[in-house]
Structures are given as C-alpha cells and as structure tokens.
Design a protein around this ligand. Structure first.
Ligand SMILES: [Zn+2]
Length: 269
C-alpha cells in the first residue's frame, strides 16, 4: 500500500487510513496497521532514533512529559503481533512530508533514563524494530554466513524455526528472533538454488559471480507470521517489485503461496 522511499504528505495518509495526525505513533481504527513517524522534532526531548549494527531500528516511544507508559501508541507497538497489526515506519524529510521506510516488527523494548520536555529525568521506552522485508540488506548469497554453508537445507530449516526456550529473557528472545530472521532468509536463498521461486528464471549474476535474488515475505504479519519457511520466497528483483506494486499483486501472492506450499510439501517428505 506504500512504496518504499516514496515521499507522502502525512495529511494524505491519515485522510486515507485515519489515525492521529500528530505525534510519533498513529493507530488507525479501521485498518490493521500502526504508523510510526521518526525524525521531526524528537531530538528536543532527548529522542535519538537510530539504526543498530544488526539492521534493526531503535525507536523512542511517545509521551513528552513524565515517565513513558505502556498506554495508547506505546501499548499498540508493544502488542502489535498479538493484535495482528502491521507496523509501517515513516521518516520526516521536511515539515509535513514523510518518506516510507518499510514494514517492521517489534522485537522488544528497553527502558532507559532520559530527559523529558521539562528537563526532568524520566523512564523512556525504546523499542527495537526489525525490518520485515529486507529488500536492501541481506538478500544475496554473499550474506550466507560461513558457518551455514555446509549445513543441509533441512538443518537450515530447523534453525529458521527454532523458538526461544521457555523462560528466556527479553534479550534472549530478541537475539533469537534476529537469528531466526537471518536463518530464514538464508534458507529461502538455498531452497531457490538461484532460480526465482515465482517465475522460474535465474537471478542475474553479480560482479563477484554470485546469483542475485531477493527474499520476499509473502504473508503479512496479520496472516501467518513473517518467519516461517512457507512465508518466504527468494525471487528475482522484477518479481519482487511486481509482488509489491502490481495491479494484480493479490493474484501474484496467491500463486506464490501455492508454489512455495507445494515446494515445502515435496521437501518435507
Ligand atoms: Zn522472477
């Protein structure tokens, strides 16, 4: 519904989907999504949203005075998986205009000490958001971790589906989700054998000789969960763009779901 890196007038987003027109976190009532806005005047209150070395995004919750609490927007972000809401991140490029960054999943949060609008110390909530659909990062064979190269497809699949152990700390759960999301991308790449899982054409060969394909998450968060072997496909750049933006993207999605389902069924006998 939004095009990555495209600039939108914030007002128009709310005219179409609803949600609060002000503030960092907007929660439309009639659509299963949450809009997050970063980078306007946040810095004034000690907000410092930033990317981590893992490719996740640290996002400071809402509330300008006093301790931040898990109410309204902060609660919505924390509970978005449970409530089947997708998170869409936008970044201000100038006043009233925002660029669409992508869809994210909340891995967890931490409470840090920061200064509020009145210059008082307070508890501040910092969410860690993981991009759902890594178009730009980690999408080629280069990204296959050394340690995984000798593993069988079956072993990779197991790794991709590994859940955090019961009673794990929130830090451990976050690490597990990160690992899984990396493993699932590697798994899809390996399963594809360099051939687009939608159109069947080979990806193009890069300068270093590796094949280029992109990993696409077929289902939205509101369907089956983003990190499952049946929910990802390694497809060519053209098919990837089509599955996001084509007029018949729903049809494409269903076709891809069928293809991957069949493939997984054959692999698991
Ligand atoms: Zn293709």
């Amino acid at each position: 519904m939004f095009i990555r890196n495209e600039v939108y007038k914030r007002k128009n987003i709310h005219m179409e989907y609803g949600g609060q027109g002000q503030g960092g976190i907007s929660t439309p009532t009639n659509f299963p999504c949450i809009f997050i806005f970063t980078g306007e005047s946040g810095d004034e209150f000690g907000y410092a949203d930033s990317w981590t070395k893992y490719g996740t995004f640290k996002y400071t919750g809402e509330g300008q005075i006093g301790h931040m609490q898990f109410i309204r927007g902060n609660k919505a972000v924390r509970d978005h998986l449970k409530n089947n809401k997708s998170i869409f991140l936008f970044q201000y490029v100038k006043s009233a205009y925002v660029k669409y960054i992508g869809e994210f999943m909340c891995l967890g949060y931490e409470i840090i000490q920061a200064i509020d609008k009145n210059n008082r110390e307070r508890n501040s909530i910092v969410f860690e958001l993981n991009p759902i659909d890594n178009i730009d990062v980690g999408c080629d064979f280069n990204d296959l971790a050394e340690s995984n190269l000798n593993q069988s497809l079956e072993e990779l699949r197991k790794k991709a589906m590994e859940q955090a152990v019961e009673g794990a700390s929130s830090e451990e759960i976050k690490i597990n989700v990160r690992k899984r999301s990396k493993a699932i991308r590697e798994y899809a790449m390996r399963r594809s054998q360099g051939v687009c899982e939608l159109c069947g054409e080979r990806g193009f060969v890069k300068k270093n000789g590796d094949m280029y394909l992109e990993v696409h998450h077929i289902t939205r968060l509101s369907d089956n969960g983003p990190d499952h072997p049946v929910s990802v496909a390694a497809i060519c750049a053209n098919c990837h763009a089509r599955s996001h933006y084509a007029h018949n993207k729903d049809e494409i999605k269903n076709r891809l779901l069928d293809l991957i389902y069949q493939k997984e069924k054959e692999l698991s006998v």
